[in-house]
Design a binder for this molecule. Structure first.
Ligand code: SAH
Length: 298
């Protein structure tokens, strides 16, 4: 069900967003083209520096910059031109290791002004909603772009992520985060400044991923926009929201394979005889509900 209104594309964005269609000239978030494969570190890219204790520091490499650390300064110039995995000496002679950050290292470090979907939940969502290369995925709301980054990578350069977001400042933050990670604007991303509760202007969607307060209000808009056989996923911090979403899904009698999950990730400390779970873990993040649209109500 579409409301027929023209998409309100936020101003101040690159021409790709203003035109409302992704530009083939832009990069894609499958990788940073600057740093693909085993290329040497170059100025401007983000490096992950591990200190002698294995603690992580993200830096954007610049010839004249340094990481100031209590174990000495690490000069970026010593990293630039080196391969990933190289060890560099700090001004105090201590060794640091330079690597490219995983997407999750970046996401946990990037600026955020909303709650985010944590990597453990994003990974689970990618599997259970079966997000794959080439798909057209609608996401709402976009927030700080943590989940957007995971979706962009999953759909690859032949796919498209369409993000609906109420707030222009969140759209700009997401664009900034995507750009910071990829080094380019992603050509497989289209952001719309819209209230998704009022309707969906895109069609032929393979997947719809919801992270907003009332995901059940999106359900009336899915037949006709989400293709039959496509998955809808709702990430909700509260089980009351999950329950309301699941009830609403069931009421339509138009979905199958309805499931709700919570992902508990527990790290283990393994050192000699000290083999035990880590003391700290994320006690709670959110619940994921997924369901699959069928042709007509059963
Ligand atoms: N998944 C995001 C976080 C989303 S926070 C991440 O991983 O970073 C929820 C977002 O939903 C907020 O940015 C909020 O502005 C947006 N939102 C709330 N209601 C909305 C609506 N009706 N339409 C579009 N976006 C909405």
């Amino acid at each position: 069900m579409q409301d027929g209104a023209p998409p309100a594309i936020v101003e101040k964005l690159s021409c790709a967003w203003r035109q409302g269609s992704p530009s083939p000239g832009l990069g894609h978030l499958t990788h940073n083209p600057q740093v693909a494969g085993n290329a040497l570190f170059v100025p401007g890219e983000i490096a992950l520096l591990l200190d002698p204790d294995g603690k992580r520091f993200l830096v954007r490499l610049a010839e004249r910059d340094s990481l100031h650390h209590h174990r000495g300064a690490v000069h970026h110039a010593d990293v630039i031109g080196q391969p990933e995995g190289c060890r560099v000496r700090s001004s105090q002679g201590r060794f640091f290791t330079a690597l490219r950050p995983r997407l999750l290292d970046f996401v946990l470090d990037m600026p955020r002004r909303s709650g985010i979907v944590y990597p453990k939940d994003a990974a689970h969502l990618l599997a259970w909603a079966d997000i794959a290369p080439g798909q057209r995925v609608l996401e709402a709301g976009v927030g700080s772009g943590a989940l957007t980054l995971a979706l962009l990578r999953a759909v690859g350069e032949r796919g498209l992520v369409m993000g609906y977001e109420l707030r222009a400042d969140f759209i700009e933050l997401t664009l900034a985060n995507v750009h910071a990670f990829a080094g380019v604007q992603a050509g497989n991303l289209l952001l719309r400044e819209r209230d998704i509760y009022t309707g969906i202007v895109d069609t032929d969607l393979d997947r719809v991923v919801l992270d907003l307060p009332e995901p059940w209000r999106v359900l009336p808009h899915l037949p006709g926009t989400l293709r039959s056989g496509g998955w809808v996923a709702a990430y909700t911090p509260s089980i009351i929201q999950a329950s309301q979403f699941v009830d609403a899904v069931r009421l339509t009698r138009q979905y199958v394979q309805l499931e709700t999950h919570e992902v508990l990730l527990r790290g283990w400390h393994i050192q000699g005889l000290a083999v035990r779970p880590e003391h700290d873990m994320f006690g709670h993040t959110g619940f994921l509900s997924v369901a699959r649209l069928i042709c007509e109500p059963a």
